[in-house]
Design a protein around this ligand. Structure first.
Ligand code: ZN
Ligand code: ZN
Length: 141
C-alpha cells in the first residue's frame, strides 16, 4: 500500500489521501449539510442548537464542528449555544468558555515559570481531553 490512499475518517471508505482526510463524497455531503444549516439560521435567527439539528436532520456534533471550523457564524443567533469542551457551559465561539480559557492561560503561564505541580495537573487534563476526542471520533464512524 502506498501513502497516497487512506480510509475516509467519516465513512471509512478507501480513497485518495486529502488534507481533510475525507473522501470526495463526504466533502460534498458536508458542504451540503453546512449550506442547509446556514440557510436555516438565516431564516430562523432565534433558533437553538437542538432546533437547528432537528430541522436540518444534521447531528449536533456535526453542527458544532461547522461552528468551530468557522463555517457557520453565530453572529445573528443569540440563542444558539454549544457546550464548552471543558466544563459544559454554553458558549458561542472557540472551544472553551471565558473562565476555562483564563484558567488554561494561567496554567500555561505557570508551566512556563516551571511550577511542577501545575504542569502535572495540566498534563492530566490534556490526557482526559484526548480521551474524549478519541471517543467522539469513534462515535462518528
Ligand atoms: Zn467518506
Ligand atoms: Zn468552561
Amino acid at each position: 500500500m502506498t501513502l497516497n490512499v487512506m480510509n475516509c475518517t467519516r465513512c471509512g471508505k478507501l480513497c485518495m489521501r486529502t488534507p481533510a482526510e475525507l473522501c470526495p463524497a463526504c466533502v460534498r455531503e458536508l458542504d451540503e449539510h453546512c449550506e442547509r444549516c446556514v440557510k436555516y439560521i438565516k431564516e430562523n435567527s432565534g433558533t437553538t442548537l437542538q432546533e437547528l439539528s432537528e430541522a436540518t436532520e444534521i447531528p449536533v456534533k456535526q453542527i458544532i464542528r461547522f461552528i468551530r471550523e468557522g463555517r457557520i457564524s453565530l453572529v445573528r443567533t443569540p440563542n444558539l449555544h454549544y457546550p464548552c469542551e471543558s466544563c459544559g457551559e454554553p458558549i458561542q465561539e472557540q472551544t472553551l468558555c471565558d473562565s476555562c480559557r483564563q484558567r488554561m492561560a494561567k496554567e500555561i503561564q505557570a508551566s512556563i515559570k516551571g511550577d511542577d505541580a501545575l504542569v502535572q495537573e495540566q498534563t492530566k487534563e490534556d490526557h482526559i481531553t484526548f480521551q474524549i476526542r478519541d471517543r467522539l471520533q469513534g462515535r462518528r464512524r
